[in-house]
Ligand binder design. Structure first.
Ligand SMILES: [Zn+2]
Ligand SMILES: [Zn+2]
Length: 138
């Protein structure tokens, strides 16, 4: 048996197929029911409304959406926060801005590396050139 602390309540539990203890599992199921029922009734609600009305944290609702337990296909105003900046999004883990920024950062990093390589080889070349100049002077 694989014993572990429940990440939600901290109690020791037998970790089989689930990440949280049975008590928390039931709690989460209840929270899911609350959110799903609320959304069924108020399709146009936004995530903060659902959280306020049900008492379920935005983090947990976000998890439901990411896990696909709550579908936002039929809830046109539902969205969840971007993992990096908290902007509300409906797709992926990150908003477009953060995705672009990360792409740019990656490119920038590669550019920096190749620039450093360029500098190194340029330095070597001028070193050789200077050496030749000195040679010519003599
Ligand atoms: Zn627990
Ligand atoms: Zn973002």
């Amino acid at each position: 048996m694989n014993l572990d602390n429940c990440p939600r309540c901290g109690k020791l539990f037998a970790k089989n197929f689930r990440d949280v203890c049975p008590a928390c599992m039931r709690e989460i199921d209840k929270e899911y029911e609350l959110c799903a029922n609320y959304l069924r009734e108020f399709r146009g609600s936004i995530i903060t409304e659902v959280s306020d009305a049900t008492g379920v944290s935005i983090k947990q609702i976000t998890k439901f959406i990411r896990e696909g337990r709550i579908s936002i296909m039929n809830a046109p105003n539902m969205s969840y926060p971007c993992e990096s900046c908290g902007t509300l999004i409906r797709d992926n883990q990150l908003c477009d801005n953060c995705r672009n920024r990360i792409e740019k950062d990656k490119k920038q990093m590669f550019q920096d590396i190749s620039r450093k390589e360029d500098l190194k080889s340029a330095y070597k070349q001028t070193g050789v050139y200077k050496g030749l100049e000195r040679y010519n002077d003599k």
